[in-house]
Write a protein that binds this ligand. Structure first.
Ligand SMILES: [Zn+2]
Length: 219
């Protein structure tokens, strides 16, 4: 099977999304980029994560051509593709409808640095873009532009997108930002929360970097 290892990883981390409470059913999607082949390997559409086996995972070129996979690729394939095409540091993308991140996205509120876990975002804020219809290039382009140098962006009225050098780390980013989103939502109800400064968070940003030494994408 073409790119078996990468497809096994996508199948495994789909189940991880369920186990970590970041997804239910088939909602959300995840992918990895394979630099040697210049393709992405992405979860299939409309198949529950605990049913996905490696042959169901799609292999898609940077032009959007499906090379292999028994199922249709995720309906958000363009969203993933845009990040790989435009940012050579992105090696994995995780998109969730996890409850609190989605709730903040429905409120149109960015995630603020009220807890040191913002360091997983790689920026002092996780921005929130307005609503764009799912599965469209408009959504993909707006998400890419808003993410900037950080690792994550909220999609208004929709969910969360996280990026990183590889899938294990990107899944951690999605999990930690879901927790941060819960804190932000509750702090919002309680009247705010104290925003930490870049100086205060310097060691947290360093710790996240130390915890994960990015593997370089080769092209
Ligand atoms: Zn979605």
């Amino acid at each position: 099977m073409l790119l078996l290892e990468a497809r096994q990883q996508v199948s495994h981390y789909g189940r991880e999304m369920l186990r970590r409470g970041l997804a239910s059913g088939s909602f959300g999607n995840l992918s990895v980029y394979v630099p040697e082949a210049k393709v992405m390997v992405i979860s299939p559409s409309e198949l529950e994560y605990d049913q996905v086996s490696p042959q169901d995972v799609s292999v898609v070129t940077m032009d959007g051509v499906v090379l292999d996979g028994t199922r249709k690729p995720s309906g958000e394939a363009d969203l993933h593709r845009v990040f790989y095409q435009r940012d050579p540091e992105v090696g994995a993308v995780v998109h969730t409808h996890s409850t609190y991140a989605t709730l903040m996205a429905c409120l149109g509120l960015p995630l603020q640095p009220i807890h040191y876990l913002i360091a997983y975002a790689g920026a002092m804020e996780v921005p929130c873009i307005p609503y764009y219809p799912f599965g469209t290039m408009e959504l993909a382009q707006a998400a890419y532009q808003a993410k900037g140098q950080g690792r994550a962006v909220l999609l208004g009225g929709h969910g969360l997108v996280c990026t990183g050098p590889d899938l294990p780390f990107t899944m951690d980013v999605a999990q930690q930002l879901e927790f941060l989103a819960q804190l932000c939502y509750r702090a919002h109800l309680a009247g705010g929360g104290v925003k930490l400064t870049a100086q205060q968070l310097e060691s947290a940003f360093e710790a996240v970097k130390r915890h994960h030494t990015p593997t370089e994408r080769k092209s």
